[in-house]
Structures are given as C-alpha cells and as structure tokens.
Ligand binder design. Structure first.
Ligand SMILES: Cc1cc2nc3c(=O)[nH]c(=O)nc-3n(C[C@H](O)[C@H](O)[C@H](O)COP(=O)(O)O)c2cc1C
Length: 190
C-alpha cells in the first residue's frame, strides 16, 4: 500500500540532549523517500545547549528550512498547512508546561497547539530528572489532549557501544512513532 508522504515539524528546545535532535534530523534525511517536508524551529536555549553539548553549530548544516522562533507566519502555525506530525526533541519542562497551559507565545508552542487542535500527532521527547509533580501533571495534561510523551530514556538491550548508538535507541522509537518505515533493532524476546 502506498503511504502518503509525511510533513513533519521538528522543534528543538533547551533540554539536555541536543544529540537526539541532531541524530533525528540526520535519520530523516536518510528516510527522505517517505517524507514530503521537514520544517525546523529552535528555541534560543536549544542553540545554546547544542553549542555547549555538541561543541558546534552544525544544526545549520541540516538541509531543511529553519523558521525563526517568533515567525507566526510559518505554514505550520496554522492548521490548514496540514502538517501530520510535530516532534519536540529534546523537549524542556518549560516548553512542556507552556504547551500544557495553552500558552502559544512562540512558534514552537503555537505549532504544538495547532497539532493538538487538529488531532494530529505531537511527540514530546521530554527530558529532565527527577520530575516534580508539575512536570508529571503537565505530561498527563498533554497526554489527555492527545499528545505522546516519549521520554528521552535510552534502552540497553541492543547493547549500544557508543553514545550515538545509545541515543539512536531513543531516535528509533521516535521514527516508529512518526510512522516511518525504518530498519532498526527490534526486541524479539528471549
Ligand atoms: C546545559 C543545559 C542543560 C539543560 N537541561 C535541561 C533539561 O534536561 N531539561 C529541562 O527541562 N531544562 C533544561 N535546561 C534548562 C532550559 O534550557 C531552560 O528551562 C529554558 O528556559 C528552556 O527554554 P525552551 O523550552 O524555550 O528551550 C538546561 C539548560 C542548560 C543550559
């Protein structure tokens, strides 16, 4: 069966784990046959954390259109642009809280609000530890509104040997949730 090609928004915020965003953007390039469009938006903190954790500004090398965080004219700020999926990777507790509170004061939170109101797929690769009750309640609120909390929690049963392989265990779950065909490790049981 022919799958309709997906239109995906990738938002990057200032939680730890810029590597997840970098690897997801690389993986989406490899899966481009299944994708109509990828649009990217980063918060200011995301750029700071990326520079700090990865030691570069290579986000600009990814072959996608980047939108300014206050650009409410971006297509995906409106439901009529029909983006299928939005991934926020990594997703800070601040951005999670603003989405849970309906505070659409920048392009990331507005786009998330749109995805939820249009009943499309919102995937939050949330990261912080430990969690306080406000974080947990915000996760419940977003889940009740139809969003998917996919915490940035790697798995070890594929026996990853490098940080990239470990981070890919999270990214591959995101790829599965988006609904893209992907060859990756699959737990078959013992
Ligand atoms: C190096 C670094 C790591 C951070 N890690 C996290 C984190 O894992 N989770 C989180 O919620 N905030 C984290 N923060 C704090 C956020 O960047 C901060 O709350 C910011 O306001 C989030 O804004 P944004 O959601 O618009 O990117 C971190 C900040 C720095 C500088």
């Amino acid at each position: 069966m022919m799958m309709r090609k997906k239109k995906i928004v990738v938002a990057v915020t200032g939680a730890s784990g810029a590597i997840y965003a970098d690897l997801l953007l690389k993986k989406l390039s490899q899966l481009k046959d299944q994708i109509a469009e990828v649009a990217v938006v980063m918060s200011d903190n995301a750029k700071d954390v990326w520079r700090f954790e990865l030691g570069n500004e290579d986000y600009s090398n990814h072959p996608y259109r980047f939108y300014a965080k206050k650009d409410f004219m971006a297509p995906f700020a409106s439901g009529s642009a029909k983006f299928d999926t939005m991934v926020i990777v990594p997703c800070s507790m601040g951005t999670l809280g603003r989405i849970a509170g309906g505070i659409s004061d920048d392009l990331i939170t507005r786009a998330a609000d749109v995805i939820l109101k249009e009943r499309r797929k919102l995937i939050l690769v949330a990261r912080d530890t430990p969690l306080n009750l406000i974080h947990i309640r915000n996760m419940a609120t977003v889940t009740e509104a139809g969003g998917i909390i996919c915490p940035a929690i790697p798995s070890y049963y594929s026996k990853p040997q490098t940080i990239e392989e470990l981070a890919m265990t999270v990214v591959n779950r995101v790829i599965d949730l988006i609904g893209l065909e992907n060859e990756s490790y699959e737990w078959k049981g013992m």
